[in-house]
Design a protein around this ligand. Sequence first.
Ligand code: SIN
Length: 289
Amino acid sequence: MLAAMQTVDEYSRISVEPLAGALGAEISGVDLTNVDQETYAEIHKAFLAHNVIFFRDQELTPETQMAFGRLFGPLNRHSYVKGMDDYPDVFRIVKEPTDAHHFGNAWHTDLAYEEQPALGTILYGLEVPKAGGDTMFANLYAAYDGLSEGMKRMVDELQVVFTNANTYGKDAQRFKTGIAKDMTVEQAPTEKEVIHPLVRTHPETGRKALYLSTTHFSRIDGMTKPESRIILDQLAKHAIQPDYTCRFKWRNNSVAMWDNRCTMHYAVNDFPEARRIMQRVTLQGDKPF
Ligand code: SIN
């Protein structure tokens, strides 16, 4: 069994229906604008057990989305993506039919280039395509558990240098493709590197997970970039094998909340004709160890 699966019987306030064997569960029977302590405790339990949880038919404003997020801890204000005018801790991800590129269209975990990357992310679907625009998730506990003992011994020792330059530096694709709607190339931040362990221990579950983010890698500490790529590309390929993933089909008013400490995700760019508008709140995490 890949994930610590829990059935509906273990919850009294909510219903929890796993979406796949690897990770992901849909939660029903809850209005996210009105969550009491017992219900929060069950949602939190399901979040830790299933790594990404989904809710349907929610009516969220920026305020109520932030309030739900704050149940889990402080919110993060993105260093480079401008928040909404009245809600700097909330930002919208908008893809118009004329936009070629799509935010999050590569396997990554949020804010891996920060000293304290995101704990979790809460994404709300405001306007989603009829077909396409799904989000995929990969279970990085399962990816670690699936390695041989020899490989585990090797990766356990490694530290990875992550950088903001690939996604926000002046040479980043966003400036070539027009995705950087609220930042000009002159405003691109200077490169910042941080080091995190390649295998991190989840601070709440105590489980080990690979810590991978393909858009934010620079290199393995102490190795050249080409040497690092051999290992990191192989691990990323291993981590996104179908057996370790799930895929969420959005509807308007759906919510996905993922744990960035043990998952990667990928926003699928397969809806050239449609508009997609999402509203994101990000939870502040702590330094990986
Ligand atoms: C993200 O990576 O934060 C966005 C994911 C999505 O829009 O599906």
